[in-house]
Ligand binder design. Sequence first.
Ligand code: DGN
Length: 257
Amino acid sequence: RPIGIFDSGLGGLTVFKEIVSLMPNESIVYFGDTARIPYGSKSKETVTKFAMQNTRFLLSKNVKIVVVACNTASAYAYEALKAKFDIPIVAVIEPGAEAAVRATKNKKIGVIGTEGTIASGSFEKKILELDSSIKVFSKPCPLFVPLVEEGWTDKEVTYLVAKEYLEEFIEKEIDTLVLGCTHYPFLQDVIKKVLPDVILINPARETAKRVFEVLKENDILNSSCEEPTYYFYASDNLKKFESVASIFLNEKIKCEE
Ligand code: DGN
C-alpha cells in the first residue's frame, strides 16, 4: 500500500522529495488542494474541514499512512485528524520543532511560516514543551509563498523581501530558524544571505525521517523490490501543477483531477 501525502498545493512536494530519497521503495499518492490554496490565511475551522476531506480522499486510494505536508494544516488540524482516523498520521510541526531544539546552542530559535501557522503558536508550543528555557521568536512571512510559486527564488526582489522580514532576527541573536512553511526551503539560499550564521531547519527532511520510523514501528515498510509508483492528484489547475511540479522534482509528472 502507498504512502499518502497532502498539501494545500505544490509546496508539499518538498516532503514528497525527501520521502522518495529516504524510502525509494515506497509508492506514494500525493494530493495538492490547488482549488483551495492558500490555507495560510484561512480559519482553523475551514482548514480542519479541508484536511479531513483530503485525508478521506487519500484513504479512498488505500494509503497506509497520511502525511500532512502542509504546516498550516498540521498546525490547525493534526489533533482533529488523529482523533478521527485510525490510520497513522504524521504532520510536519513536531519533527521540525524537535530538530530545532536539538540544533540550538544558545536556546534562541526563530520560527517563520504563514499567518495561520504563526497565529496558531503550534511550533512555539511544541518547542517549549520540549525545553521551556528556550526563547522563541515567531514571524509570519506571507509574501514568500507567492514569490516561490512565481519561481522567483533567486531574484533581487526576493532578497529585499527576505531582508525586510528577517533582519530583526539578527538583533534577537537566534542561532536556529525553523522554515515552517512548505515553500520556504526553496528560499534557503536567499535566507542564508540575510542570516549567514543561523542553522536553517527544514521540517520536510525531519518529517520524512519520522515517516520512516512510524512505518517501521508499525511493521508496514515496503519490503518488496517492485518499482514504486507515484500518483499525483490536484483539485484544480492540473496543467500548472504538472509544469511547476516537473520543475520542482526535475522530472516530468502526470497529474489527475
Ligand atoms: N502549504 C502551506 C504551508 O505550509 O503552510 C503554504 C501554502 C499556503 O497554503 N499558503
